[in-house]
Design a protein around this ligand. Sequence first.
Ligand code: PLP
Length: 372
Amino acid sequence: MNIPLLDLKEQNDALRPEIESALGRVLDTNGFILGKEVAELEAELAAYCSTKYAIGCASGSDAIVLALMALDVGPGDEVITTPYSFFATVSAITRLGAVPAFVDIEDDTYNLDVAKIEAKITPRTKAIEPVHLFGQCIDMTALGTIATEYAIPIVEDAAQAIGAEDQGKRAGSMGAIGCFSFYPSKNLGGMGDGGFVTTNDDALAKKLMALRVHGSEERYYHKYVGLNSRLDGFQGAVLRVKLPHLDRWTQRRQANAARYRKAFTDRGLCEQIKIPIERDGVRHIYNQYVIAVPDGRDQLREFLTGRGIGTDIYYPVPLHLQECFAYLGYRAGDLPVAEKASRETLALPVFPEMTADQQDVVVDAVADFFGS
Ligand SMILES: *Cc1c(COP(=O)(O)O)cnc(C)c1O
């Protein structure tokens, strides 16, 4: 049996007739850039995220750039963020000439360690950019208290966290701006690149809408030097077909995670592997199911590959040690928890359509590897 890390075929096949007719609507109306489908999607996303605004853009990476631009992040500014995330979290900061101030992560959730943030705040701190990694929100209550005390806006990188909640509040609704991605591997994936930003602030929304169209509020009159970063009509149409299914897919991911938890616990494997924890009061949407293997991660991965089981490592190199950020002067050992996570974590398949049989194969293989 071959079990890929993510298999979208079943999901897409089931929706194919609806998707084709939605694409046809765009063809018929020439609504290729933004347009009606995107406008309707934006309204539906705002409702889904419990925010006043949702604004489509070209990718999750651009969503973060747009958010930081809207907050006037630029040369001389610092943005507090995590070293343990996808590259775009940090390239958005450096692209604007600002400096990432890295804070280490927690070793159980892999999210920023909020207790270590205050020590990194300086007069130049312009924003705090946490990531809700793998689909679990960072402790936004604790972070919000610090942000309010120092009057620093929070930009939530919620690219992996659509529909995730902390204490009943949705990802993307708790900071100044939320950033989301429609990359096909996210819980709500498009058929190409796409993303959006969320906010409850009227002035920020107006600025974000201008920034995505070259900084113009009125055509050919440019208030800012913005980007060309728009969601296209085809993506809007496809995503509108998919959004009504998102909660069902997320529930299946959660059920798969629960089944893994029970199986790994029953099989006595929780010494050899650390299974994901859920903080109290979160809605974890399991964009990824990530275990830690303190001893033999790479060997386990090879073993699973041999059994036809897809896995991945998120992330093999923490961002403060990336070649392109060498100029920042970080060294191995500076952020030990993130570095340890890079050596130990392994993502297992958790996609919604995964069957119980497939999960049993994965659990058996892990058990076989550890000889139990
Ligand atoms: C996917 C992702 C992004 C970037 O999104 P794209 O749509 O691929 O540009 C940014 N941050 C995190 C945490 C992500 O997982």
